[in-house]
Design a protein. Structure first.
Lengths: 251, 351, 67
């Protein structure tokens, strides 16, 4: 018998601080897998953002730069312009990218920066204790929308993958989830395509991953996983919104 | 043999950056410093560098953070309101010990204020400016030549201390034209074994300012503090006619430039007035002023705001000397006559 | 012929592996690890096909798979 599944080399063999059932662990592994498959560990510079994944450098065994909240796309622009032959990615949550960092991601995409952006959308500000996020669903109770999100007061959840797809400099924009085996396998391939956008110097590669947050959704990890499938996926449709690769399909 | 040209103040700053080996500039338009990005948008790519007009001052300081983290020499420039936007980024640079040069061509505030010169960002520049316990070296030119020279110096000091450095000019220093000798220094190189270059053949490097473990941040802050103590030796200042002075004016930047004429007028009328011009606003020439205050009993702080630098003068000398003050809010530039009148009144009062 | 091994000290008992196993041979075993989590494990190794979906789904890289 041979081992058919092992930890990716570029992920450190340490326990994580993530909550039980949090999808960060899965997504970290998928990204690290792609780094290993493309042989990029020694050429990668990661830009960590502020959120539950702020300690990214404790898990990814690559050179990492901390970024202020929301600014990762601008910080990564500086890194990549200075080190154009290195692989540079950001890893951001929905507060970081879709609230405070909206200008930075829009303009990095618009400029067509050769970056890969991993956007983890769990409809809530996780690290700070479960406040409403730009992607919080209508009616969703959070610590700052105690009666449930109301559109007249707080607007509607933002669909970032679609918005980013509409910018000229975006080479790849897609939305996936990791709530079951089939979707996880699709997510794997999608992440690799977002890597390709940078490696083939076509433009910005953007992947939005719908994710669960059992702790702040006040659910068990299995219930939270189910919520991704039953509530998030219908509102945030999965699919590829832009793909400029030769074999790409545009939706 | 270095070239001498007639240059605008903002252009001199841009030229200084290029001469220092800066190959990355990220900025945003704001009056009165637009000639800095405009000059670099043309000449930086010609020199093989990268110019980005970013979407905001916030984005540009963060791009600076990114490029500087890889070991590059990087600059951004702005003016007062834009510098306010950059404070978070500057705090992160200081906390993560990443070098960078930030140019503030001050304009009047608060808020949208005006577009004329001002010295009202003094507190912001010399007390860290952003959140947390940190300091940045602040260089205050008072001529176009110094705009050029101090920009080059800023890069060396930033790399030497792994800390952001501020070049503190103002609207008039940016707009005026004077001859500049374009000395071409061989840019100093610093070993940057902390830079993020890809973990090839070595362990991962992390550049961060977050320290959560018990006691870690205490240690980190003490280390930063010790660095800021070491930075004290970079103090620079100019003195004029202090040896026999009864009254010493303390002024910097464009106010110092104007007051030099006022002091000449005072001397002509028999008043023994001198000048101490801080060149580094941080570190402030506290030790020198303290020493001077042993034999000179009267100082007068003059600045283009309602009173910021005067605090540092008082802190330095008030144990043994008196400190007069003339603070002039921005909105128009004081004339040599106006400053001479204030000196004359103060001189009469102390005589 | 296949087998899985669970590094119980890393398991947080999230049970996502249990839901994803196509043979339904995983469950919360009753063991409590040092962090206080009720860990998952395989109850019927003979049925294991080595598909590794459990390992793919595990956020904490608890499971190793051999085929």
């Amino acid at each position: 018998m041979k081992q058919v599944f092992a930890r990716p080399k570029s992920l450190k063999d340490v326990p994580t601080h993530y909550c039980p059932g949090c999808h960060h662990g899965i997504i970290h592994r998928l990204v690290a897998d792609a780094i290993d498959q493309y042989g990029l560990q020694e050429k990668t510079i990661a830009v960590a953002s502020v959120g539950c994944s702020v300690l990214l450098y404790d898990y990814f065994d690559v050179d990492t730069l901390e970024s202020p909240h929301g600014r990762a796309a601008a910080v990564a622009t500086g890194v990549k312009r200075s080190m154009p032959d290195h692989f540079v990615f950001t890893y951001q949550g929905d507060g970081d990218l879709a609230a405070i960092g909206t200008a930075e991601i829009m303009h990095a995409a618009n400029r067509g920066e050769f970056l890969t952006v991993i956007f983890v959308n769990n409809t809530v500000f996780g690290m700070t204790g479960g406040q409403m996020a730009p992607t919080t669903m209508i009616g969703q109770t959070t610590t700052t929308s105690p009666g449930g999100r109301e559109p007249l007061k707080a607007g509607y959840p933002i669909k970032m993958a679609e918005i980013i797809a509409n910018l000229e400099g975006t080479a790849y924009s897609a939305r996936v989830s990791v709530h079951d085996a089939k979707h996880l396998m699709t997510a794997k391939k999608t992440i690799r395509k977002a890597f390709d956008a940078q490696l083939e110097r076509r433009g910005l590669g953007f992947v939005e991953l719908l994710s669960s947050c059992p702790t702040n959704w006040k659910m068990t990890s299995q219930e939270a996983n189910k919520r991704v499938k039953e509530e998030l996926v219908p509102y945030f449709p999965l699919g590829v919104y832009k793909d400029t690769s030769a074999k790409g399909d545009e939706q | 043999m270095s070239k001498k040209i007639l240059a605008q103040g903002n252009e001199a700053i841009a030229r200084g950056a290029l001469a220092a080996g800066c190959r990355y500039y990220f900025g945003y338009p704001i009056t009165p410093q637009n000639e800095v990005p405009e000059y670099l948008s043309k000449h930086l790519p010609e020199a093989g560098g990268v110019f980005i007009q970013a979407e905001s001052e916030v984005a540009s300081i963060n791009m600076l953070l990114g490029a500087a983290a890889t070991g590059a020499r990087v600059m951004t420039s702005s003016s007062s309101p834009g510098i306010s936007l950059k404070q978070e980024g500057i705090s992160y640079l200081a906390g993560s010990e990443i070098p960078g040069v930030i140019v503030n061509m001050c304009r009047s505030g608060p808020g949208l204020g005006g577009i004329g010169p001002s010295q009202g960002d003094y507190y912001q520049a010399t007390r860290g400016g952003g959140h947390g316990d940190y300091r940045t070296i602040v260089l205050a030119p008072h001529s176009v030549q110094e705009n050029y020279d101090f920009t080059i110096l800023a890069f060396d000091l930033a790399d030497k201390y792994r800390n952001p450095v501020i070049v503190f000019g103002d609207a008039i220093l940016g707009q005026m034209k004077e001859p500049v000798e374009l000395k071409n220094p061989r840019p100093k190189t610093f070993k940057k074994d902390w830079a993020l270059t890809g973990a090839k053949g070595r362990p991962q490097r992390i550049l961060k300012s977050l320290y959560l473990a018990d006691g870690e941040l205490v240690d980190h802050n003490w280390n930063l503090y010790k660095k800021f103590q070491r930075m004290q030796k970079e103090v620079r200042y100019e003195t004029l006619l202090v040896d026999d002075a009864k009254l010493v004016v303390v002024a910097f930047g464009s106010v110092a430039r104007i007051v030099k004429t006022s002091i000449a007028m005072a001397r002509k009328n028999g008043m023994k007035v001198g000048l101490v011009r801080p060149i580094t606003l941080y570190p402030f020439p506290t030790a020198y002023l303290q020493e001077l205050a042993q034999r000179i009993g009267h100082f007068m702080a003059m600045e283009m705001c309602t009173g910021q630098m005067v605090d540092d003068v008082k802190l330095a000398v008030m144990k043994t000397a008196e400190v007069g003050f003339y603070g002039r809010p921005p909105g128009s530039i004081p004339t040599p006559n106006e400053l001479y009148e204030e000196i004359r009144k103060e001189y009469k009062r102390i005589s | 012929m296949a087998k899985v091994a669970f590094r119980e000290e890393r398991c947080k008992g999230c049970a996502l592996c249990i839901d994803v196993c196509p043979k339904h041979i995983l469950s919360i075993t009753g063991t409590i690890n040092r962090k206080g989590y009720r860990v998952a494990g395989c109850q019927d190794m003979d049925q294991c096909t080595g598909c590794a979906l459990c390992a793919e789904m595990c956020p904490d890289i608890v499971i190793e798979v051999w085929k």
